[in-house]
Ligand binder design. Structure first.
Ligand SMILES: Cc1ncc(COP(=O)(O)O)c(C=O)c1O
Length: 385
């Protein structure tokens, strides 16, 4: 039996939504994207949402925006704390903006920050903490907020793997000043490529509207927090550039698909959580496998397994065994990111000792979760292990 990593959640609804856009002949960002953004912001409980062409672009846009606030803007050299396990494009925008990255170990059970290590890593130099909710699992935002205390530290969330996960009944991605999401194919919902930044901060929202589109004023409201009042002359405002931006815009087809996918999201997550219950029942007392410990209500991107010291086989043998039984698996995101050669381009330091990231790097992997019943696949997995 094949147990795949990811599967499509599209049907006629997405196809029809795309056909509707195709009928208009207009494919560039327009009303569908706008409507998707409004629905997205509403669903997650944020004031504003800005759609971009990937989760990576969402991280880039959020980082960039922080450099152009009127007050308290980030500056090159500022220190940002990051977890030692995440995706490459969690980190790259920080490098590209010449920030100093301070890597902190993760917790072997939750796979998010080791909270003690995080606490010890925060100093008067810390300007920002980037919290990554890994594989659908929320960080403990009560603890992070205690660690920050009354210090002037920005909390930013990379929620690209954890759409619709909750902590204390609040959606992840909304705890930070901004939160980023991905709707790449293998994620909870798919616009094939796509990302989103949410925020309650109007100034950052306006900065992102400009920086997403060439740094121009065209998409800014008439009265806005970047330029103040726009001129009444559309000709003048059509090619007026006020911020060093990019073109990170999604296409209209992606927005139209997003609207349909968002309608399905509660059902998709419900089934993912049911699958997780089966996974937990089968593997929580496993003699030599450690599974992810849920914090809040996870949206279960996938199911991680880390070999304990007494495991009868190595990780390579583990992968081989799964391959033989047609069970697809992947490393736990980047593993220990510090071991990647790209680090030679980074300005960075390490807060404490990164030992758990190394363990999951050497001994961990994850298998997929889906929006359909996985009982048979999970029983198959259990029979192999
Ligand atoms: C934690 C994290 N951040 C950012 C991204 C980038 O998202 P995208 O693939 O949409 O660019 C990913 C990708 O899966 C991710 O896992």
């Amino acid at each position: 039996m094949k147990y795949s990593l990811a599967s499509s959640t599209w049907d006629e609804k997405e196809k029809n939504a795309m056909l509707e856009v195709i009928e208009t002949g207009m494919y560039t960002m327009g009303e569908k994207v706008k409507s998707y953004e409004e629905k997205f912001a509403n669903y997650f409980g944020s004031k504003y949402a800005v759609m971009v062409n990937s989760g990576s672009s969402a991280n880039l846009l959020a980082t960039a925006a922080l450099f152009y606030r009127k007050n308290n803007a980030l500056k090159p050299g500022d220190e940002v704390i990051v977890p030692a396990v995440s995706w490459s494009t969690t980190y790259h925008p920080l490098q590209q903006y010449n920030l100093h990255l301070k890597f902190v170990d993760i917790d072997l059970d939750t796979l998010n920050y080791d909270l003690e290590a995080l606490k010890n890593a925060v100093t008067e130099k810390t300007r920002m903490i980037l919290a990554v909710n890994l594989l659908g699992n929320s960080n403990d935002f009560d603890e992070i907020s205690k660690i920050i205390g009354d210090r002037d530290i920005i909390l930013l969330e990379d929620n690209c793997e954890s759409m619709d996960s909750e902590f204390n009944g609040i959606k992840t991605g909304t705890f930070g000043l901004m939160g980023t999401f991905s709707s790449f194919f293998s994620h909870h919902i798919s616009t094939m490529e796509g990302g989103m930044v949410v925020t309650d901060d109007e100034e950052l929202y306006h900065i992102m509207l400009s920086m997403r589109s060439h740094g121009w004023t065209r998409h800014l409201p008439d009265q806005n927090m970047v330029t103040g009042k726009k001129s009444n002359d559309p000709f003048e405002e059509s090619f007026k550039f006020v911020l060093p931006g990019y073109n990170l815009r999604p296409g209209e087809l992606h927005g139209a698909v997003g609207i349909e996918q968002l309608k399905k999201l509660p059902r998709l997550i419900e089934q993912r959580r049911k699958n997780a219950q089966i996974f937990q029942k089968l593997f929580s007392d496993h003699p030599y496998l450690r599974i992810q410990k849920e914090v809040g209500a996870s949206s279960w991107f996938g199911f991680s397994m880390v070999l304990k010291d007494n495991a009868p086989y190595s990780r390579n043998e583990f992968v081989e065994l799964l391959n033989q039984h047609e069970i697809e698996c992947r490393p736990i995101v980047s593993g220990n990111f510090l071991k990647n050669p790209v680090l030679k381009h980074y300005d960075y330091s390490v807060g404490g000792v990164v030992k758990n990231a190394e363990i999951i790097d050497q001994k961990g992997l994850f298998v997929g979760n889906h929006h359909y019943d996985l009982k048979e696949q999970l029983m198959h997995l259990k029979s192999v292990l």
